[in-house]
Design a binder for this molecule. Structure first.
Ligand SMILES: Cc1cc2nc3c(=O)[nH]c(=O)nc-3n(C[C@H](O)[C@H](O)[C@H](O)COP(=O)(O)OP(=O)(O)OC[C@H]3O[C@@H](n4cnc5c(N)ncnc54)[C@H](O)[C@@H]3O)c2cc1C
Length: 500
């Protein structure tokens, strides 16, 4: 490898969340005096602009860029997210909370839920499993503080959180960050793409006003269109709607009517579900639904009936096909964001997939020889990650008691992907949750959703039999008490925001 072979011109097509996240990260991690980074975006086309809820790894992305959290929250009208409340997913009137972080602490290496299930089975008065989650308790009480760092044994050291923010403000914030570090932004629409006659590699772009732009490495962040990855290179799309049939959404922000709560709410409806994401200045809402089971007007009416406050904009209808590009990195083009694929926002994973794509790209950053092995590794790892998230989403839809609509009856009959089937069987038979090290969702996340969706283990770890049931009752009570006290000791989420 020689310096002469280094990539000197990176071109990013698209200035939504994906484009500006990529531009910000590249401007920080590459030497922009040697590698020119150009981002093209078209105000006429605009952005999707509805990604508002995130998961905890977003903290690492911002920290990597050295972004000050208070400034970020102020500039994006951000709030804290401690998890998601799922309403009506198991059955009408039922609710559970998928919190970040753990459920209590393991006892002699055995996760708490094994003990909990045994106490329950023995008929002992045991608080709800979710009461053992610090994040679920603090969310319920509307409380938040940053984790304590000077006492690792404190329950308050185990605080896990993410953000809810205005996606267009985040893109604007990152744009300033990237431009200050040398990224050049061009306003315009890519009208033509020129490829090398033999290799098919993308060589240059022509904008609609006739300007030409050459590049060596292209990042396609052009949204669902996939201007380079699909329209030019024809990477192909793997459709997963047999597993995740929702294919439309309608989004609308509304006035906030109370202090923002530190969590997202997902409410299941007859043919989909509705999100509610509280920000500092407004509440984001949207209804994700399946067009095979309802029509657009009914879906819109359902959304508008369930707003807390006055709508602040016209409803924004969106269409999508769940799935992914057959190649995420094809020739000298890597697709990120919606150009790469789409998994519905049920567990707020899209922005995370952008972040992961960027991290993986930096780890495999090519030179002009574009190693096929590196591309293959990138594609295989990305696909694996998509599949694991897909499995987690499928779990929400299929493990339900609902049969009150054709949509839910359809969902219940969806066959499980192989690895999901194995995960559920293992949990049912033994109470164990198997997780690969690279998997995004933790054992606690799987526990929360399996338990919340009514899946119960028939057994527990034999290792706990040496702990007498009544002794454990006391330990569990103590743990529950400590978690409750810790949640109550936190200041309110509103006062945290006020102090920003
Ligand atoms: C209903 C819904 C809800 C969602 N909720 C969440 C959530 O809660 N959490 C989460 O993490 N994610 C969520 N997402 C996903 C999230 O919105 C996206 O991952 C994120 O916004 C990234 O979008 P993007 O930048 O890839 O695409 P876009 O926002 O569509 O941006 C595309 C960019 O490409 C440009 N462009 C397109 N064609 C051309 C061209 N020919 N020439 C020049 N420029 C061009 C456009 O101008 C624009 O700048 C949601 C998505 C949907 C659909």
């Amino acid at each position: 490898m020689t310096e002469a072979n280094d990539i000197r011109k990176v071109v990013i097509v698209g200035g939504g969340t994906a484009g500006w996240m990529a531009a910000a990260a590249f401007s920080y991690l590459l030497d922009t005096s040697r590698t020119q980074i150009t981002l093209i975006e078209s105000e006429a086309i605009g952005t999707v602009g509805v990604g508002e809820a995130t998961i905890p790894p977003i903290l690492l992305f911002n920290q990597m860029l050295g972004i000050d959290e208070n400034e970020f929250l102020k500039r994006t009208q951000g709030t804290i997210k401690l998890g998601i409340e799922f309403r009506n997913w198991l059955r009408q009137g039922h609710s559970y909370f998928h919190p970040f972080g753990d459920f209590g602490t393991a006892i002699e290496t055995v996760p708490l839920h094994h003990f909990w299930h045994r106490q329950k089975q023995a008929g002992l008065p045991t608080p709800d499993l979710f009461e053992f989650s610090l994040m679920a308790q603090s969310a319920r009480h509307g409380r938040f503080m940053r984790p304590v760092t000077d006492n690792p044994k404190s329950a308050l050291a185990g605080i896990h959180y993410a953000y809810q923010f205005d996606a267009s403000l985040y893109a604007a914030f990152l744009r300033q960050f990237a431009e200050e570090r040398g990224v050049v932004r061009m306003e315009g629409k890519v009208a033509r793409v020129h490829q090398h006659a033999e290799t098919g590699f993308v060589e240059s772009l022509t904008l609609d006003d006739g300007r030409e732009l050459e590049g060596e490495f292209f990042i396609d962040c052009s949204g669902f269109r996939g201007v380079l990855i699909e329209q030019t290179l024809g990477a192909g799309y793997q459709d997963w709607s047999d597993w995740l049939p929702a294919d439309r959404a309608v989004a609308v922000p509304c006035e906030k009517v109370s202090d923002p709560c530190p969590y997202t709410i997902s409410t299941a409806h007859e043919a989909g579900w509705q999100w509610r994401i509280p920000l500092q200045h407004r509440t984001g809402n949207g209804h994700v639904y399946c067009s095979g089971f309802t029509d657009d007007q009914t879906a819109l009416d359902r959304l508008m009936q369930n707003l807390d406050g006055r709508p602040l904009a016209d409803p924004n209808p969106l269409r999508f096909v769940t799935g992914h590009r057959k190649a995420f990195w094809h020739r000298n083009v890597v697709a990120l964001g919606l150009a790469q694929g789409f998994l519905e926002p049920l567990e707020s994973t899209s922005i995370h997939l952008i972040q992961q794509g960027i991290a993986r790209l930096m780890a495999n950053f090519p030179d002009r020889s574009f190693s096929p092995a590196a591309r293959r590794a990138y594609n295989e790892r990305t696909l694996w990650e998509y599949e694991r998230i897909r499995d987690f989403l499928v779990l929400h839809y299929t493990a339900t008691e609902r049969d009150d609509s054709a949509f839910w009856r359809h969902c219940k009959a969806i066959p499980h992907p192989e690895q999901l089937k194995e995960k559920i069987e293992l949990y049912r038979e033994t109470g164990r949750i198997e997780r690969n090290d690279h998997e995004l969702f933790t054992e606690s996340s799987w526990l929360a959703v399996m338990h919340g969706q009514g899946i119960e283990p028939e057994s527990w770890s034999p290792l706990i039999e040496r702990f007498p049931v009544d002794e454990m009752q006391e330990r569990l009570d103590r743990m529950h008490h400590v978690i409750g006290r810790a949640a109550e000791a936190m200041p309110s989420h509103s006062s945290f925001l006020a102090e920003l």
